[in-house]
Design a protein. Sequence first.
Length: 388
Amino acid sequence: MTGFTGVDYYRLDENLSDAERGVRDVVRSFVDRDFLPLVREHFHAGTFPTELIPVLGSLGLLGASISGPGCPGLGHTIYGLICRELERGDSGLRSFVSVQGSLVMWPIATYGSQEQKQRWLPELAAGRKIGCFGLTEANHGSDPGGMETRAEPDGDHWVLRGSKLWITNATMADVAVVWARAPEGIMGFLVEKGTPGFSAGPVKGKWSLRASDTGELVLDEVRLPEASRLPLARGLRAPLSCLNEARYGIAWGAVGAASDCYHTALTYSRQRQQFGKPLAGFQLVQAKLVAMLTEITKAQALILQLGRLKDRGINEVPLVSLAKRNNVAMALECARTARDILGAAGVTDEFSPGRHMANLESVLTYEGTHDIHTLIVGADITGEQAFR
Ligand code: TGC
Ligand code: FAD
């Protein structure tokens, strides 16, 4: 459905600076002009449009909020707006940018050596190299602290053994940020494509996030020099801190997917006639549209305030969890409602809500499931941990 000009009922974008509005418009045009014409083909093929990666880099959309060699160093609200506009196109497109920026560039910028930053950050920011983040394992999703992948010291080297599953960008990546348990605790390593014993393969049969590369990483006696270890990363806190960045971007992104669903349902309901008048003229349809718009508007206000707090250096884990939890569930509900308003047409790929709906099932699960974020906020407000 073309003609998207934004969903902003409460004029919240008036709170944006000229620079922020400028970035919003650039990304919106990129999605309309370069991405949307490709998405159906890639969703069917189960592939990511790799030809767009250098374009994402040239537009400054990779690691937008990160400061470091070759990095854009823009604000957190700008990064959020980028995620929002990209996910209007597809959650897979925002996923690529989340992983490259928040889960690969951010840990290198935060926990890496000067050599690692100089070597990787400019290449990743430009989209000349691709990264992935390996935390989840087949037996450890919500509880990454139980990971079985091991890093054993061997002189001035490390030997990694284990595997990671459900890894975005896995088969495309030039470098993987891999988390493993060493005798001193959990550590992070940069594992390059082509390292002996290291391989990646695709997860097959996905019906969600099809325009995204999801795979497995296998580490079979992978020998790495000490220079491959992220020197400042120690303990489970290190990988979990990366997730805060990505979860923040997802909370923005979900608003983009919901806005596309609302726009599509509103446009369709004004055109489609039943019983001699447009669907939009029936009270029940109006109630559905108003419910969508209300929830989108509340989510927009929430995420804008979170962005402003983050720009002021306030970065509290439960606040990010509340936003990820609320906004993704809201977007999934909007996608289902939009699909319903489209009737049978909603189950075809001619319209986007069905694709968003399938994607958002993954988004509800990754980066901490809806339940895990309930428990993070629950622990914060009650002082009682209910994870175990
Ligand atoms: P727990 O004992 O609570 O914590 C261990 C240490 O970590 C600290 N911590 C955090 N630090 C920074 N940021 C956070 N978000 C943190 N959460 C916890 C904590 O203070 C503690 O520090 P210290 O110094 O005292 O040791 O750990 P736990 O084992 O009880 O687990 C808690 C739980 C369940 C909240 C956590 O493990 C969790 O968040 N689970 C969800 C896992 C998850 O989100 N995985 C995501 C994988 S990556 C992904 O999905 C990418 S999809 C990307 C895409 O395609 O867009
Ligand atoms: P489980 O942890 O087995 O959870 C299953 C169910 O049990 C959920 O409903 C959950 O909420 C519930 N549950 C679990 N624990 C509790 C509890 N204590 N109390 C109450 N309920 C509980 N991981 C990466 O490391 N890197 C990536 O790039 C990445 N990309 C992904 C891409 C896709 C498309 C998908 C689907 C996943 C990706 N993941 C990635 C993995 C993702 O982070 C995990 O799937 C997620 O953390 C949940 O883990 P799980 O699937 O093992 O579910």
